[in-house]
Write a protein that binds this ligand. Structure first.
Ligand SMILES: [Zn+2]
Length: 414
């Protein structure tokens, strides 16, 4: 006699079920492999995926709730592996300066840009930051993001950096989206301190922030932190037990990519100005390149990360929004798929792998999320699209119909 297995939730008849499965971050041709199952189905029990396969092979399973995904795509939830989601104020006035022709670094030098966000973030109460953060997370969830990395970095003193990371911890408790935290004290230099004074303060604060942050990050850029200063801070962070990230080669080539590979950073992010040597060194390492295509778009810059070259050389890539008030006030991972395709020539399949399984590896969560595989956490999207290419094709519109988080439908978009 056949044994019938009981699930909490079954999703069946998917036109395309994208498993995105991988035992490590995908590279090269693997990036085009979505592990696509036509007429796909899955079964979820206790928040975990228990069955993945064809609908025809689902006969051993029954469930209290069934979703018919006929004509739709079923895929892993988006993992937004690079955001600055906790901040005070808003920067729509910077748009006017930008349209006048001021560059990002010029606005920074004038004390505008990031430093105005620092002022607003210092002035905001934890409750105000929390309420704004919940609002952004609600938007992200509706757009299909199920895990988010959040960096501090708009405090630039230990007191406010701590406030931001504590708000991120409260958000993790309060919101269905899972949150991974990063200490980015070295985001820029505060007005009231010299650079050497501030570097000393960041080094001193590493121990204090460690319980609040899994990763340590730094903005390695001309006019911000040099290669040597980056090496010094990341080396100290590593000794303190942090996993490492770096904002590298965003506007200029400082060889932060090579440094990330050397120090065993989990990711190096931006990379629009990466050198051939940087590509080679990252390709030979486990460090993942996180590409943020909305940033050059929003800064009206013409140079994007050389994604095709990176893939050909064997680099592991991920995609994220960089959601922040200055260079990407946008929460949509679907839009990142479109930008990655049109501006970086990624294929739709590559972009989806970069925004799910590889993004999970870029925050060291590849073993538990980012793909639809037996035993993994059931973070799943039902997308109103007949095939995966449509996600990159129909931009500016939310195609995500339902979001399943830890096995529970937490979002239904009409
Ligand atoms: Zn960033």
């Amino acid at each position: 006699m056949e044994r019938i297995m009981q699930a909490d939730l079954i999703v069946k008849n998917a036109a395309e079920l994208l498993t995105c499965q991988a035992a490590e971050a995908k590279r090269g041709d693997e990036l085009q492999d979505l592990g696509l199952i036509a007429d796909g189905a899955l079964a979820i029990k206790d928040g975990r995926i228990e069955f993945v396969g064809r609908t025809a092979d689902l006969s051993d399973w029954q469930a209290t709730e069934t979703i018919d995904a006929r004509g739709k795509v079923v895929m892993p939830g988006f993992v937004d592996c690079h955001t600055h989601l906790v901040f005070g104020g808003s920067r729509e006035k910077d748009l006017l300066r930008k349209l006048r022709g001021d560059s990002y670094l010029e606005i920074l030098k004038q004390g505008g840009g990031i430093l105005s966000t620092v002022e607003h973030t210092r002035a905001a109460s934890a409750d105000e930051l929390f309420a704004a953060g919940m609002n952004h997370l609600d938007t992200m969830l509706a757009l299909g993001t199920t895990t988010v990395e959040i960096k501090s970095g708009y405090g630039l003193n230990p007191e406010t950096e701590r406030k931001i990371l504590e708000v991120a911890a409260r958000l993790e408790q309060a919101h269905p989206i899972d949150i991974v935290t990063t200490y980015l004290g070295a985001h820029t230099i505060p007005k009231e301190k010299t650079k050497s004074e501030y570097i000393a303060e960041v080094l001193d604060s590493l121990e204090e922030m460690k319980p609040l942050a899994e990763f340590c990050d730094i903005f390695c850029e001309e006019g911000v932190f040099t290669y040597q200063e980056t090496r010094r801070i990341l080396t100290a962070a590593k000794e303190c037990g942090y996993k490492l990230k770096i904002h590298a080669e965003q506007l200029n080539t400082l060889h932060g990519a090579e440094l990330a590979a050397e120090l065993g950073a989990v990711s190096a992010d931006h990379l629009d100005h990466i050198s051939p040597e940087g590509i080679a060194r990252m390709a030979a390492s486990s460090t993942i390149g996180v590409l943020l295509p909305a940033v050059p778009f929003y800064l009206m810059l013409s140079k994007y990360a050389p994604a095709r070259e990176m893939i050909e050389q064997g680099m592991a890539l991920a995609l994220a929004t960089d959601f922040n008030p200055g260079s990407c006030p946008c929460e949509s991972m679907s839009l990142m798929l479109t930008f990655a395709c049109l501006q970086m020539k990624l294929l739709p399949s590559e972009a989806i792998n970069c925004a799910t399984i590889n993004a999970a590896y870029a925050i060291d969560r590849g073993a538990t999320i980012g793909s639809i595989e037996q035993g993994k956490q059931a973070d799943i999207l039902i997308v109103a699209a007949p095939n995966h290419e449509t996600l990159s094709y129909r931009f500016g519109r939310n195609l995500v119909e339902r979001v399943i988080k830890k096995g529970v439908v937490v979002q239904v978009n009409s």
